[in-house]
Design a protein around this ligand. Structure first.
Ligand code: ATP
Ligand code: MG
Length: 804
């Protein structure tokens, strides 16, 4: 089915090579001699192994332009691999700009996966598939594995399907078909891994399906076993170019080596210091053995960095110096010195987000930094995606436009929208849109027919859908499991709604005549809105819905739900929170306007921004604990490379920050400044901002495990944050260490003043009570159990801060 005439015909080249050849080559003038060398040496293997920002991608792009404009190759004869779709699009744009016409006719410029899908469709039959095979997503993949695991009588609680998926993926990254998995791996997955892998591949074929790993694995296998097919492509792809070569895995490497095996016109560019995908099977060794695989390779070393200021470069090299396993490269720049890299500590994650928001505002207005910055020029790069929420929320509150690269914004995520729909419905039972969203989420067995019945009843009586549903259930119109579940939902909504208020207050003052026109008065609700939110999510079955879902995304969704509940702490009640969200979500008036970019460090590879913020440099978060636990030494080195990637994204301004405490997955955790900050401190190119004294203090990594909460809090002066108060109270409950009184030297005046007469408060020793008098920092409280007492205000918690 695959003849090259066909391929030629339907790939159609829109760039006429002859027309190109006639043009001058302005793109060469923009290059330095070393880059130009790499671009003009079109034949034979070329390796560009050079540090960040030295123009590797620029040279690679110029090389494509050069191949085309010298008519060495037609656009469809160039195989050009990048790491992300975004990078592929950018490269197409850049080639187009260099040539002065759109580079549409470059069908083989893309990611490994996108190119392999095309190839595999042409040769599906050689892999036992039909050309219309489907590509399974992770959910489908796990479901399939689960079936096989159950059929093999393996307890998938002890041996989760996700674990097997990870093992198989790893084998596929190493280009190992089931028959090639080494004997040493036979113990994998309770000695059943290889067998299940073989069965899984058979099932996939029966289903005419592949998973992501198969795209490359099948193509490598086809090339290895069908010499004729391989030779066709070796002839066809006359020139091969690869960006970010340091992050290729074994399967990708073999695939490239096979394709380049005949003509060896392959140009790879990369930087061993930027290898950050080891956890996905990338082998930095691939780039280091290039010269062995392609003897006589022309190696270009680029040392001039065109992206960053000397200060930023110095900071980056100070960090990466901590790694032992590296080639070691020197970078230089003739850019202006610019600002030093700033190291700044904050007392908690919220404060960090607030501070960065203010900085960005000031930078935009031109009151901070050497020049005004456009929002498009600013990026925030985080280690873990859960860090994004604090920024999103802050920016929404202050109306600072932002975009999240590589994922939806927090409030646009499915689980957040679902949860918000529940909250809306509890606060306003007439919210029909919210009802439609959640009536069958989680699944309650309410199909289209049941939902139509509800709609019909609501319309007939002119009532809300919730009311319509009640009528339908009362009249037995929806039967069975669905009817029962619907009844539970309606009852739940009514119950939760009642919990938003306290008991009705009876007015027994004779002077007030209750003529029925006075608004009803209610006391304080018995449970806080934060508790209520958790109750709604739990009792509705929504939390369990994600707990039972064993997909790789599910834990992240549960984390997001916890973040959502955390956040309620900043509002008085659910209503206030919902108003806040609807207002801030509405503030995106200018979809095309400039925005701050927020993304993970991994997603930032290859990109550059004039100003970069790197928040959350805390041990455990960055370097990530998980990564270090999995591979103690290698993990730390990979995290350090990630730090290097982060710093080297910055052109002019780079700000690194950390927080002394942070709410992570619903719990306030005390954090240690990252070891990477310590590696930077005192080094050339950096300066310290707030909490400067922290940096000159003895190392925080040792010596006070028993007393660390206290010490950290004292340093950070977080006593007055609600989170600290809560933690203090919680510790009191469990009888662990309390901060000594003498440490608590700073009393936040606003905290004192914030108690009001009549307010319900909580005291460690005396329990609940109401404020009856305030005198300086002493408060008189009428305690429910202990009677009226004067107590020092800092031992009181406002009701919203009461631990549960
Ligand atoms: P990374 O390792 O981060 O992927 P890189 O080596 O691919 O970096 P590029 O993105 O190609 O670097 O280039 C970095 C910046 O330097 C770009 O803005 C690019 O336009 C500019 N640049 C590269 N080479 C030159 C040059 N010879 N003259 C002027 N600017 C250059
Ligand atoms: Mg690059």
């Amino acid at each position: 089915m695959s003849s090259f005439d066909e391929m030629d015909a339907f790939e159609g080249a829109s760039l006429s090579a002859r027309a190109m050849a006639a043009r001058p080559a302005p793109y060469l003038d923009e290059l330095n001699p070393a880059q130009r060398d790499a671009v003009e040496r079109l034949d034979g293997p070329v390796l560009m192994l050079a540090g960040a920002g030295t123009g590797k991608t620029k040279a690679l792009t110029a090389r494509i332009a050069h191949l085309l404009s010298t008519a060495r190759a037609r656009p469809n004869e160039i195989l050009s691999v990048t790491f992300t779709n975004k990078a592929a699009r950018e490269m197409k744009d850049r080639v187009g700009r260099l040539l002065g016409q759109p580079a549409e006719g470059m069908p083989w410029l893309g990611t490994f996966h996108s190119i392999c899908v095309k190839l595999l469709r042409r040769h599906a039959e050689l892999a036992g598939l039909k050309s219309n095979f489907t590509i399974l997503d992770t959910d489908d993949q796990l479901r399939l594995l689960k079936q096989l695991i159950q059929a093999a009588n393996i307890d998938d609680k002890r041996w989760p399907a996700r674990m097997l998926a990870g093992i198989i993926d790893d084998w596929k990254n190493r280009a190992l078909t089931p028959d090639k998995v080494p004997a040493a791996d036979a113990v994998a997955y309770n000695n059943k891994g290889i067998e299940l892998y073989a069965q899984y591949q058979v099932r996939l074929r029966e289903l005419n399906a592949v998973d992501f790993g198969d795209l490359l694995l099948h193509m490598v296998t086809i090339f290895q076993t069908h010499q004729d097919v391989l030779e066709q492509y070796q002839r066809w792809f006359r020139y091969i170019l690869v960006d970010e070569y340091q992050d290729t895995n074994v399967a990708q490497y073999l695939w490239l080596r096979l394709l380049a095996g005949a003509h060896k016109n392959i140009c790879c560019v990369g930087d061993d210091d930027q290898s950050i995908y080891g956890w996905r099977g990338a082998e930095v060794g691939n780039i280091l053995r290039f010269e062995k695989d392609f003897p006589g390779a022309y190696v270009v070393r680029l040392e001039q960095n065109y992206r960053s200021t000397p200060h930023i470069l110095a900071a980056a090299s100070n960090v990466i110096r901590g790694n032992e396993n590296r080639l070691g490269k020197e970078l230089w720049t003739d850019a202006q010195e610019g600002e030093k890299v700033r190291l700044i500590g904050h007392w908690d994650g919220e404060e960090e987000a607030r501070w960065i928001g203010e900085e960005i505002d000031a930078m935009q207005g031109g009151t901070r930094g050497a020049r005004p910055f456009n929002l498009d020029e600013i990026a925030i790069l985080v280690r873990a995606s859960h860090q994004m929420r604090a920024f999103e929320d802050r920016f929404l509150t202050i109306g600072l436009p932002y975009k999240v690269i590589g994922g939806p914004r927090f409030y646009e995520r499915m689980e957040i929208r679902d949860a918000m729909a529940y909250f809306r419905l509890v606060v306003s039972p007439g919210d029909d849109l919210a009802f439609e969203r959640i009536v069958n989420t989680p699944k309650r067995g309410l199909g289209d027919k049941a939902q139509q019945t509800i709609q019909m009843k609501a319309r007939e009586r002119g009532v809300s859908l919730v009311e319509g549903a009640r009528i339908a259930v009362d009249n037995g119109l929806i039967k069975g499991k669905g009817g029962k579940a619907l009844r539970e939902l309606i009852d739940g909504l009514a119950r939760w709604n009642a919990m938003t208020r306290g008991p009705r207050i009876e007015i027994d003052d004779d002077s007030v005549i209750d003529d029925g026109t006075a608004p009803m008065r209610f006391g304080e609700p018995e449970v806080s809105h934060i508790e209520l939110a958790q109750i709604i999510l739990d009792e509705s079955g929504y939390t369990a819905h994600w707990q039972n879902e064993k997909t790789p995304e599910a834990p992240g969704r549960l984390e997001n739900l916890k973040e959502l509940v955390n956040q309620l702490d900043n509002f008085e009640n659910l209503q206030g929170f919902l108003e806040h969200v609807s207002l801030v979500m509405d503030n995106e008036r200018d979809p095309d306007g400039a925005k701050v970019s927020i993304m993970t460090l991994h997603a930032a590879k290859g990109l550059e921004f004039p100003a970069v913020f790197l928040p959350g440099w805390e041990d455990g978060l960055f370097p990530s604990q998980r990564s270090m636990d999995e591979h103690p030494r290698k993990g730390e080195e990979e995290e350090r490379r990630l730090a290097y990637v982060g710093i080297t994204r910055a052109e002019e301004v780079c700000t690194i920050s950390w927080a002394d405490s942070r709410v992570i997955f619903g719990r306030r955790e005390h954090q240690y400044r990252s070891r990477f900050v310590d590696e930077l401190k005192g080094g050339f190119g950096v300066e310290t901002g707030k909490h400067f004294e922290d940096l000159t203090a003895p190392s925080l990594h040792s010596g006070y495990a028993s007393n660390k909460l206290e010490t950290r809090a004292a340093e950070a002066n977080v006593y007055n944050s609600p989170g600290w108060k809560r933690m203090q109270a919680r510790q009191g409950q469990y009888g662990t260490s309390q901060p000594r009184e003498s440490r608590n030297t700073v009393i936040d005046a606003t905290a004192v003043a914030s108690f009001t007469l009549g307010e319900r408060v909580f005291h460690q020793k005396f329990g609940y009570g109401a404020v009856v008098g305030i005198e300086g920092d002493k408060v008189e409280v009428d305690f429910e159990k202990a009677g009226t007492k004067k107590v020092v205000s800092r031992f009181l918690s406002a009701k919203d801060d009461i631990p549960f």
